[in-house]
Ligand binder design. Structure first.
Ligand code: SF4
Length: 411
């Protein structure tokens, strides 16, 4: 497990350039750094070195500006390739035709594999860090024509939720800003070839986003910046397992970006069995955080609720959930569980049980949606495929059926 011990930490950019990030004790769930102080892509007025020789990350505004000045290029050229590459998702060789492409580092992750579902519109992308670690991103092509991308923000995850394949990996490391954004660029380029556009982006892949605030926030700023991707904040959703102070920090910094809380039970003892972090962040504290996020954002918080047979799907579970929700502005997503190898004791609630649970919530006036799954044949659930390939690196046929359920941002 990696932990920063305070003081500056060096984070690799796309081509291994190292940059100091201000971080205090961070991601092992204990936070005391000021996320508001971090703004990687927008460093102001850097000193001008005489020569810039190594490739610059395309997300490094100050580095790109140095390069432009060194080459005495018109600023319009930079604007042109950013628009072509990050808004229209043209291939790099077309987008950078007007710029010395060899001076820029476009992709922070290498392609490792692509797995297209044979039964629905899901595609899982396996991408590789420079250290050889695998990262998952999942494209979901919904029948209505909407397209959602689910991306990762860590390799592995310290939260170790009982129902999650990624949680069984332990912690490897957080993804850099460029590595988070490259998942979007690569997916956008795939969708462009299909004449589709990327509508929703959800941070529900590998890792707990608020265990990587120092890179998550600059990535969100770059994603929504008119200068870069210009993606609508209302079409982005960040999902957390529940870290109250980070939820409020996030809402203050990104009032328009949607927040989802993976609740999974409104009974403290059940939640602690499913999510070890629940011991540190009890339900009362989470409820206060959701109320505060409601006050700041003036819109609903998504409540993710995995339906587990005889664990959290009974009448008493519904009653306690309704009591916990009372007075909050939330939208409950009931999610069918997809079994994972590491937790054979957990099984999915059957459809009648899920429907009865949903009916109770709806009768109480609670906004409720029953979700469905895509990618059953490609192990699209978070962490599943990476774990499977790590154990059987030569692969062969993809095992299944196991699948993800991903809500839409900004529906
Ligand atoms: S569900 Fe999310 S927070 Fe929990 S272990 Fe998996 S990736 Fe981490």
């Amino acid at each position: 497990m990696l932990r920063s011990e305070g003081g500056p930490r060096l984070a690799p950019t796309a081509q291994g350039r190292m940059r100091s990030i201000r971080s205090g004790r961070c991601w092992g769930c204990t936070y005391n750094f000021s996320a508001a102080s971090v703004s990687l892509p927008f460093l102001p007025n850097p000193p001008v070195p005489s020569v810039v020789s190594e490739p610059i990350s395309i997300y490094d505004s100050s580095g790109v500006e140095l390069l432009r000045r060194e080459l005495r290029l018109d600023p319009q050229r930079v604007r042109r390739w950013r628009t072509s590459l990050l808004k229209r998702f043209l291939p790099a060789e077309e987008a950078l035709v007007d710029f010395p492409a060899d001076r820029l580092a476009v992709h922070a992750l290498a392609e490792h594999g692509r797995f297209d579902s044979g039964v629905d519109g899901a595609t899982k992308l396996l991408l590789r860090t420079s250290a050889g670690m695998l990262v998952e991103a999942v494209i979901l092509r919904i029948a209505t024509g909407r397209t959602t991308l689910c991306i990762s923000c860590q390799v592995g995850c310290a939260a170790a939720c009982r129902f999650c394949a990624t949680g069984k990996m332990g912690v490897a490391r957080p993804l850099s800003v460029a590595e988070i954004l490259d998942q979007i660029l690569r997916a956008g380029q795939i969708l462009r070839e299909e004449d589709r556009s990327l509508r929703n982006i959800v941070f529900m892949g590998m890792g707990e986003p608020f265990h990587n605030e120092e890179n998550l926030y600059p990535a969100l700023e770059t994603l929504t910046s008119p200068e870069f991707f210009n993606h609508a904040p209302t079409k982005i959703l960040v999902s957390t397992v529940g870290i109250p102070e980070a939820m409020v920090r996030f809402a203050e910094r990104f009032p328009k970006i949607n927040l989802a809380l993976s609740l999974h039970s409104a009974r403290q003892e059940v939640r602690e069995q499913l999510i070890p972090l629940a011991k540190r962040y009890p339900l009362d504290a989470l409820r206060e955080a959701v109320a505060e996020v409601n006050r700041i954002q003036q819109k609903s918080v998504m409540i993710e609720y995995l339906m587990l047979a005889d664990v959290n799907d009974g009448d008493e579970d519904a009653r306690q959930l309704m009591a916990w929700i009372e007075g909050l502005d939330v939208h409950v997503n009931l999610i069918p569980f997809n079994a994972i190898d590491g937790a054979p004791e957990l099984t999915a609630s059957d459809r009648p049980r899920r429907e009865a649970f949903a009916a109770r919530l709806k009768a109480a006036g609670i906004k409720t949606t029953m979700r469905y799954s895509l990618g059953q044949d490609i192990e699209a659930a978070c962490g599943q495929l990476v774990r499977r390939l790590e154990r059987h690196p030569r692969g062969g046929a993809l095992p299944g059926p196991k699948s993800p359920t991903l809500p839409q941002a900004g529906e």
